[in-house]
Design a protein around this ligand. Sequence first.
Ligand code: C2E
Ligand code: MG
Ligand code: MG
Length: 370
Amino acid sequence: VADRVLDALRTPLQVNGREVSVGASLGIAFAEELPTAERGARGARRGEAGDGAAAADALLRNADLALYAAKGQGRFRHATYAPSMHAHALARLELEGELRVAVTALGAGDPAHGGFALAYQPIVDLDGEAGPGFEALLRWTPPGRPPVPPLQVVPVAEETGLIVPLGRWVLREACRQLAAWDAAGAAGGDGPLQVSVNVSGRQLQDPSLVADVEAALADAGVAPGRLVVEITESVMMHDAEATRARLMALKALGVRVAIDDFGTGYSSLAYLRQFPVDVLKIDKTFVDDVGRGGDESVLATAIVTLGRALALTTVAEGIEDAAQLARLRALGCARGQGHLFARPLAAADVPGWLDGWLARGGAPAEPARA
Ligand code: C2E
Ligand code: MG
Ligand code: MG
């Protein structure tokens, strides 16, 4: 029945001569699963609403939890309530609460930054010609708890809108750090250091983003050309017109734009020409296939070729071994990032890493073993 309902809703509707389509998700709960106390409605006579209302509430609450799970799987899905969904929802609510407190502390100028910090992962030139840049990656350690990985923090921050103030801090902190490295004389060879910052779809929708970026750069005294804004590919598809306009405004500031996780977001290739993009970051899933022999690297090869044809810089994400590096170099991929070169580093460790990198003449710390 759920599949039939979803199928029926999938059909676009005609409204005033325009085609309109809706997305739907279904959460399913069964009354039999309610504890007997909540099932009182069965025996209740008409007019005695008390127990019946409680049962209806519980049923709706369970269906709502199931709906939430269905939405988490994408559009046009259905999910059936399971008791474990309660624990999950509770943990998520707790995370959301803690995150809210931490972001508020951040805004209030907490010296511990609400437990937030940025780690910096080098993005290196595969031919060793240009100096490295760094991707700023969010780290969060709530008080008295182990660090919570960004893949848990970021989605909750996006859903709650907390990503807007949090992302604003990330931008400011990354620019401030860049200026601090400059002041400390940290250098990576040719040209000044660069920093890449991840910007989520929710931030792109925020009308103040461009002004925030401009202020972050100006307050730190950092030239706009040293900042790269990374946008995940799937975000471009969503509300393409608004995204394009905002990216154009960022470009007008002199900031560069990278498409993150390229190849995973089903984007139309036409967007690559319409959007003001400078950099394509090849998703790790494609890089994983590189250097394994056979034609498994065919997708990475295609993306590098596409990048070259469109005069974009290609960056391979998640390079872990020397065979991948050798193959990506041969393909003509310009830049790379991954554990082979360095894991994300604490800001204080970056100058030391740069010294080592320069001393090795731009080679990975571990000598390449073929
Ligand atoms: P991303 O932007 O694609 O960042 C690359 C991720 O790959 C990072 O994970 C990095 O630690 C990991 N990585 C790099 N090299 C390797 C490798 O050789 N092997 C493996 N296995 N992993 C590697 P991380 O730090 O956990 O971040 C995950 C994602 O969270 C990021 O993916 C990004 O989408 C999001 N994120 C992180 N910081 C921020 C932020 O400040 N704002 C927003 N909106 N999103 C962020
Ligand atoms: Mg990124
Ligand atoms: Mg990525």
